[in-house]
Design a protein around this ligand. Structure first.
Ligand code: 2RA
Length: 335
């Protein structure tokens, strides 16, 4: 099994390296790719050094079985043909192909088998905020069909990449040292001491692209007509996103049955003891695999609705881990 990572120097690329090692992914050879900025850097994997090669339109992908790509939508669009030409399966972390009818969009806990039908050799990894939410929604949807979701996200700096994480730390440093923030490059506004109700660009209906991803991707992954209305917000946690979710089901559900369903759901850890102030927080889910869920209660405004709170590591389950789990499924299915 030959594996390639495109975007090896980024936050997700680095997490992919850690996960392939940690989970003992059955690979025999590894090749790393990057832009001119990262070509030539060296990373160690299982005691061996690997140099990042420049991603180019050539025959470098001959013999590659699985290519994880995490270098942005533009790079995925430009290089998809080069990457898949000789049969590599491209597991793409960008938003480029997610809504294409001939590209499966996969969260293994929910629709793993969709990954087996991939006419273009591409499997899309969903948006981080969507992945975490659907891992929690799906077991509830099995109890009673979810018709509507309202969600407000609290997305950490890591969602904007490794340089954005550094920028947030730099902003706090500048505040302590000089009383004002000078470095604002990766975020549209100062994030330190602030929250920003904008993630990704605005679309024509005044929802951001991130919010529309939550609407569209949730439907595709869950094969559902559910309608999701989201407000996506950047907060100053470093890594690990959170979401407050209100969901309306066809029949009213009790808190007890929702808790029971989530207790045994794959990829979910229940942290829910409200009377003892026990609930999930991003500091605790950072670096972990599962999505953590708590604050489960009846919605006071709607008898058919439940409200809950979840947190999950955006770089892990929200990106790299989900991609590796897709690859593991392909291997189990005889790739
Ligand atoms: C963010 N969802 O948090 C994005 C990353 N894919 O900015």
């Amino acid at each position: 099994m030959k594996v390639a990572i495109v975007g090896a120097s980024g936050a997700v690329g680095q997490e992919l390296l850690r996960l392939l090692d940690e989970r003992n992914f059955p690979l025999d050879s590894l090749v790393l790719f990057g832009s001119t900025r990262s070509a030539g850097r060296k990373y160690t994997f299982k005691g061996k050094d690997y140099e990042v090669k420049l991603l180019q339109h050539n025959e470098d992908f001959k013999g590659v079985d699985i290519a994880f790509t995490s270098a942005g939508a533009g790079t995925s669009a430009e290089f998809a043909e080069t990457i898949t030409r000789y049969g590599a399966v491209m597991i793409d972390n960008s938003s480029q192909f997610r809504q294409d009818a001939d590209v499966p969009l996969v969260v293994p806990e929910i629709n793993a088998e969709d990954a087996l039908v991939r006419p273009r050799g591409i499997i899309a990894n969903p948006n981080c905020t969507t992945i975490m939410m659907v891992v929690v929604l799906n077991p509830i949807d099995r109890l009673s069909h979810i018709r509507k979701v309202h969600v407000s996200s609290y997305q950490s700096a890591s969602g904007a990449g490794a340089a954005a994480m550094q920028e947030l730390q730099q902003q706090y440093k500048e505040l302590v040292e000089t009383g004002e923030v000078k470095t604002i490059e990766k975020f549209p506004h100062q994030l330190a001491y602030n929250v920003i109700p904008q993630i990704d660009k605005m679309t024509g209906n005044d929802y951001t692209k991130e919010e529309m991803k939550m609407f569209n991707e949730t439907r595709k992954i869950m094969h559902s007509d559910v309608r999701t209305s989201a407000t996506c917000v950047r907060v100053s946690s470093l890594r690990s996103h959170s979401e407050a979710v209100w969901l309306e089901t066809e029949r009213p559900l009790s808190v007890g049955e929702v808790r029971e369903a989530l207790k045994t759901a794959p990829g979910v850890t229940l942290v829910d003891d409200p009377q003892h102030y026990i609930y999930p927080m991003p500091l605790e889910s950072a670096g972990k695999d599962d999505v953590f869920v708590g604050r489960i209660r009846k919605d006071l405004a709607d008898d058919n609705s439940i409200t809950l709170w979840l947190t999950g590591d955006q770089i892990r389950k929200g990106a790299a881990l989900n991609a590796v789990q897709i690859a593991e499924y392909l291997v189990r299915s005889g790739l």
